[in-house]
Design a protein around this ligand. Structure first.
Ligand SMILES: [Cu+2]
Length: 323
């Protein structure tokens, strides 16, 4: 009997541990590189700090409430032969306590949340670089404002891989022909808009996710704290090839970024002649003229019904052969 009980308990523990291992395996950042839980840069960190604060409060409330509940269940559980307990209706002290404590907790959470929102929404007037991002069906255009440089960034995954005629690579559907190159540890301002329908520029590592709306400019900023490659995707259902407009951001040390910028500007003089957006562009939600693109390649032609649009602007890859 004892052996059977021990065997049953150990089976339950083993099953629980296996389940826990399975759940924790899903948290591996190696298998799921697009995560907001490993923030890169101060914009991402202030969002992550707010999440941590909120989760701590939620955990405290959970432990307190569940603790009192479990205590009450076990301490006051009745047996069939017990007499009916004394009935209580209303207790002013308890009711005041359970109103005041949640109110205090909500105020405690509202203060850091407001600070974070203000920090995220404050225009980055002190940015050292401004990049205008324009969404197209189905690619992104990046313009380095004031630098006379702009280019399209197209999906680089071969069509054969998409249609299972070739092996899928490590960064399947998350690779582009030309990534957005940014300097490390420099405040960068993004001006986000769209040329056709609503898209959303989303890079989880940077905690940046905002809609790109035709006729509007939304502003965001970041300061990436270490060189690396950060991948994202369009996060707004924008048409047939919505899944085929990934985002790749490559952060370089300042000297390498300067060299790259000089080389690109020398290679493509006048390539960023799209509609200019001044460094002091309108704040978010203020209507602005729809972004025209006079010199940049036109958006992809009407898609064929069978397969996704092939990259329309195959340009030389930027530094980083792994992209
Ligand atoms: Cu899109």
């Amino acid at each position: 009997m004892l052996i059977r009980t021990v065997a049953r308990c150990s089976f339950r523990w083993t099953a629980a541990l296996c389940l826990l291992a399975l759940v924790l395996a899903g948290c591996s950042s190696e298998n799921y590189p697009q995560t907001t839980l490993l923030p890169r840069g101060d914009f991402a960190k202030i969002a992550d700090d707010l999440l941590d604060t909120t989760v701590r409060w939620a955990l405290l409330v959970f432990v307190l409430v569940e603790g009192v509940l479990l205590y009450a269940i076990f301490r006051f559980r009745g047996k069939p032969e017990d007499p009916e307990p004394r009935q209580t209706h209303g207790n002013t002290t308890v009711e005041v306590i359970w109103t005041v404590i949640p109110f205090a907790i909500l105020v405690g959470m509202a203060i850091p949340a407001s600070k974070t929102l203000i920090a995220m929404e404050t225009p980055a007037e002190d940015a050292e670089l401004t990049v205008k991002i324009t969404g197209y069906q189905w690619k992104w255009h990046y313009e380095y404002v004031g630098e006379n440089l702009g280019f399209f960034s197209n999906l680089a995954t071969p069509r054969d891989a998409i249609y299972n005629r070739a092996a899928k690579g490590e960064n399947y559907l998350l690779e582009v022909d030309r990534p957005l190159i940014l300097p490390e540890d420099k405040k960068v301002r993004f001006l986000l808009t769209s040329n056709d329908v609503i898209h959303a520029w989303w890079v989880p590592d940077l905690s940046i996710k905002r809609d790109a709306i035709p006729g509007f400019i939304h502003e965001m900023w970041t300061r990436i704290d270490e060189p690396g490659t950060y991948r994202g995707q369009c996060a707004e259902l924008c048409g047939r090839d919505h899944a085929f407009m990934p985002i790749v951001v490559q952060a370089l040390p300042q000297d390498e970024f300067d060299s790259w910028l000089m080389a690109e500007k020398a290679k493509t003089p006048g390539s960023a002649a799209s509609a200019p957006v001044a460094a002091s562009a309108a704040p978010a939600a203020k209507p602005t003229p729809a972004p025209a693109s006079t010199a940049a390649p036109a958006p992809a032609a009407a898609p064929t019904p069978a397969e996704p649009v092939a990259p329309a602007d195959p340009a030389p890859a930027a530094p980083g052969a792994t992209l």
